[in-house]
Ligand binder design. Structure first.
Ligand SMILES: *[C@@H]1O[C@H](CO)[C@@H](O)[C@H](O)[C@H]1NC(C)=O
Ligand SMILES: *[C@@H]1O[C@H](CO)[C@@H](O)[C@H](O)[C@H]1NC(C)=O
Ligand SMILES: *[C@@H]1O[C@H](CO)[C@@H](O)[C@H](O)[C@H]1NC(C)=O
Ligand SMILES: *[C@@H]1O[C@H](CO)[C@@H](O)[C@H](O)[C@H]1NC(C)=O
Length: 586
């Protein structure tokens, strides 16, 4: 494949089409036109879908597909169709992918959306959270009220102008309470009302009476079924089981509902995962869809045709290789089930079905050619201070590195992860960390080794290689990694390490720039993967507080079957600079 020149795309396209067609007729899949244009992996899938659709008589005509392809989010008919090179066959849509100009352009959309963008960008977004009094969340039994207050704080890290006020329904009992007036005022100005765990019949009645007309977006979780969800001003149905949002299966059948179904599905899946990142994510998805663009969710917005052109023009052979490779195809099918902004879902697919052809595809489309035109930044909030002293001495760079190296030498690993905060990256079973100094002077490396449960239920080992550079302040570091073809940069902070190295807490903020992902997280580590001793609790909680993390946000890493991890470090590496003495593990 490497012999094919990148800029001679026409022959490649013909080959792609023929092969895709042959393959697709064997494994026809349902088409979800609305998911198109959201992400390069989906575009790739769509190439095969569009050719399969024309082979069945009941499917939309090829023209309809092209229309969907380009113009779905705006529901507008294409304005111009310019075909310069055409590939035609009785079974295939007429295709033209010359990689120079877009084939279909949607009338006037860009101008509208950019002026809309400018006027809305600065606007404050007001969210009101109303929680059932005394209700308990599934997050380690933390009260919902505390969870929502914490969410309000985390929402501000994304954008200072996201204001969230939290109330509990206990105060609704006494209607002359000034707080009730206050709540009423807040609700009448709110963009989003989030109702959580409200079942009390008086409260429900009050809500129905007071929040009917004004609030454009109402979402209810774990609450009375008589409360209705509303998005963009119109009521969204709940399914017959009374669960919050119905899963959307036939997106095509409801295509007049524009984005609502997609939002509903994304929000309900995220909510079902029950963690603090996803609760915030639910709100962001709604803000992004109905109030104003949220920059961290940029890749939900479509650039469909431009992306496709970019892919085909630059990465023809990588596309072909991916489609021919069963693992790569599996990854695409898996990604197709994720919302493109849902990091948890996406990363799981990519880690489950790693393959050289997927890596080459991502490397070409995202990393080299940035076909999505994204530029995610490392979040600068929360600011997490590093530990300043270790065993009574000021922390210097050497010692900080030694703390990372940790138990390696005495054990086969530096640290094992006990628990982590980020649902996308910290949740994998059996996480081992290897930190070591490289052969080259001043070089320092980090290799995490962890398991991934594939969607078929198989456990497989994964390993990544990070280059580590010292940050400006001792105890801070800049990490970079090439993860499945996409570069991620991370800023790590050693928040605390116990004097006997019994445990440590590392915080990170990172971004995969060209994939449009930015994230933060923290890992609690210990030599054996056991939770720190109870007497360390105060110090641990205070370390977590520096990261803005509550203990109930941490996931415990599953370490039930960690047989034969592929550990080991390259020959010629070295470990401690001898400033840190490691005591024998009791
Ligand atoms: C409220 O009622 C709904 C449906 O009846 C139920 O699913 C939910 O768990 C209840 N919530 C609480 C906090 O009891
Ligand atoms: C589509 O979304 C817009 C807001 O983005 C909303 O105003 C409009 O009512 C929606 N259309 C339908 C049919 O739901
Ligand atoms: C390290 O990361 C920080 C925080 O993102 C950034 O400000 C700094 O420029 C980076 N330093 C290097 C050498 O890349
Ligand atoms: C592994 O994790 C489980 C909980 O996930 C914990 O109960 C157990 O003690 C851990 N075992 C080791 C050896 O770390």
């Amino acid at each position: 494949m490497s012999g094919i020149e990148e800029n001679s795309s026409a022959p490649i396209i013909i080959i792609i089409i023929i092969i895709i067609f042959k393959w697709v007729t064997a494994t026809a899949m349902p088409c979800y036109a609305t998911q198109i244009s959201l992400n390069p992996y989906l575009l790739l899938l769509q190439i095969q879908h569009s050719s399969s659709s024309s082979s069945s008589s009941s499917s939309p005509s090829p023209r309809t597909w092209w229309w969907w392809w380009c113009c779905w989010p705006q529901n507008k008919k294409p304005r111009s169709i310019s075909i310069s090179k055409t590939i035609s066959s009785p079974h295939l849509p007429r295709l033209s992918l010359n990689g120079k100009s877009p084939i279909v352009s949607c009338g006037g959309d860009e101008a509208v959306s950019s002026s809309l963008l400018a006027s809305q960008l600065e606007r404050e977004v007001r969210v009101v959270g109303l929680v059932g009094e005394g209700s308990i969340s599934p997050l380690k039994g933390a009260p919902w009220e505390e969870v929502m207050l914490h969410t309000a704080k985390r929402l501000k890290w994304i954008d200072e102008s996201f204001e969230m006020r939290v109330f509990n329904d206990g105060l609704l009992g006494s209607s002359d309470d000034p707080m009730v007036k206050n709540l009423q005022r807040e609700i009448s100005n709110a963009d989003i009302l989030m109702i959580v765990a409200v079942n009390n019949s008086d409260s429900v009645e009050w809500i129905l009476k007071n929040c009917g007309a004004n609030v454009p977006n109402i979402i209810c979780f774990d609450s009375s079924p008589s409360l209705k969800n509303k998005l963009g001003g119109s009521v969204v149905g709940t399914d017959s089981r009374g669960s919050l949002f119905s899963k959307v299966t036939g997106i095509l059948q409801k295509n007049n509902d524009n984005a609502t179904d997609e939002v509903v599905q994304t929000v309900s899946e995220a909510w079902d995962r029950r963690n603090s990142d996803d609760i915030r994510f639910c709100l962001l998805v709604i803000i992004n869809a109905y109030i104003r663009p949220v920059s961290s969710l940029k890749n939900l917005r479509s650039k469909g045709f431009k992306t496709l052109n970019c892919m085909v023009k630059n990465c023809g052979s990588q596309i072909l290789n991916c489609l021919l490779d069963p693992n790569c195809r599996k990854a695409l099918q898996c990604l197709n089930r994720c919302s493109p902004v849902d990091q948890v879902c996406n990363y799981r697919c990519i880690a489950s079905y790693e393959s050289p052809s997927l890596e080459a595809f991502s490397l070409c489309v995202l990393q080299k050619h940035n076909c999505l035109e994204l530029d995610a930044k490392i979040p600068d909030k929360p600011y997490v201070p590093p530990m300043f002293k270790f065993r009574g001495n000021d922390l210097d760079h050497e010692t900080a590195e030694d703390l990372f190296v940790g138990w390696l030498g005495r054990l086969d690993w530096s640290w094992r992860v006990v628990a982590g905060q980020n649902p996308a990256y910290d949740q994998f079973p059996c996480q081992y960390q290897l930190f070591y100094r490289g052969k080259a002077r001043g070089s320092f490396w980090y290799e995490p080794v962890f398991q991934v449960m594939t969607l078929e239920g198989k456990l497989v080992w994964r390993r990544r290689l990070y280059r580590v550079k010292r940050g400006r302040i001792p105890g801070t570091f800049n990490f970079s990694v090439l993860d499945n073809g996409v570069v991620s940069k991370e800023f790590w902070t050693i928040v605390d390490v116990a004097d006997d190295l019994g445990w440590g807490l590392f915080h990170y903020s990172g971004a995969a720039e060209v994939a449009g992902q930015s994230y933060t997280g923290a890992v609690l580590v210990s030599p054996d993967g056991e939770y720190p001793n109870e007497k360390e609790k105060l110090r641990l909680v205070s370390a977590l507080e520096k990261c803005g993390i509550k203990e109930w946000e941490l996931y415990k890493v599953d370490n039930c079957s960690c047989q034969d991890p592929p550990l080991g470090i390259p020959e010629g590496s070295s470990l401690h600079s001898s400033s840190v003495e490691i005591k024998e593990l009791k």
